[in-house]
Design a protein around this ligand. Structure first.
Ligand code: RB5
Length: 151
């Protein structure tokens, strides 16, 4: 599996740590930056990782900022992205099984590195359960397409 990962300056340390978790899990990593502590705008990084996912360059993505909030707001503006901000292992699993989340978002100032590693490992192996969940994903895609009435 290939994962695109990106952070702003507020998520840089956790990005470095999560890259090690990914490599240890046998994942190919595409690092979309940032690479220094110089302040950057999180939507720029969110767009790079999201585009890597929607274009098929990477199967999924991980975004990290201080809280994870800005990255998740920005990434979810992009059609085809289902970005899940997760602060616990259960949510990470559900984001894969129920929501088919293709981007995991973490907050460096919220989640400790050890917990974040477990969240990443869980999210990597979680599989979309399809069934009743598929029609809900289809409705999300209909919202993206601008459908007036989906229910
Ligand atoms: C940067 O200071 C911070 O605002 C950013 O990392 C993130 O938390 C935004 O949601």
């Amino acid at each position: 599996m290939k994962i695109a990962i990106g952070s702003d300056h507020g998520g840089l340390n956790l990005k470095t740590a999560m890259k090690e978790v990914l490599v240890a899990a046998g994942v190919e990593v595409l690092d979309c930056g940032t690479h220094t502590i110089v302040s950057v705008d999180y939507p720029d990084i969110a767009q790079q990782v999201a585009t890597a996912v929607t274009s098929g360059v990477a199967e999924r993505g991980i975004l990290i900022c201080g809280t994870g909030i800005g990255m998740s707001i920005a990434a979810n503006k992009i059609d085809g992205i289902r970005a899940a901000l997760c602060t616990d292992v259960f949510s990470a699993l559900m984001s894969r099984e129920h929501n088919d989340a293709n981007i995991l978002v973490l907050g460096e100032r919220v989640t400790g590195v050890g917990h974040a590693g477990l969240i990443v490992q869980t999210w990597l192996t979680g599989e979309f359960q399809q069934g009743r969940h598929s029609q809900r994903i289809e409705k999300i895609m209909a919202l993206e397409a601008g459908c007036d009435k989906i229910g």
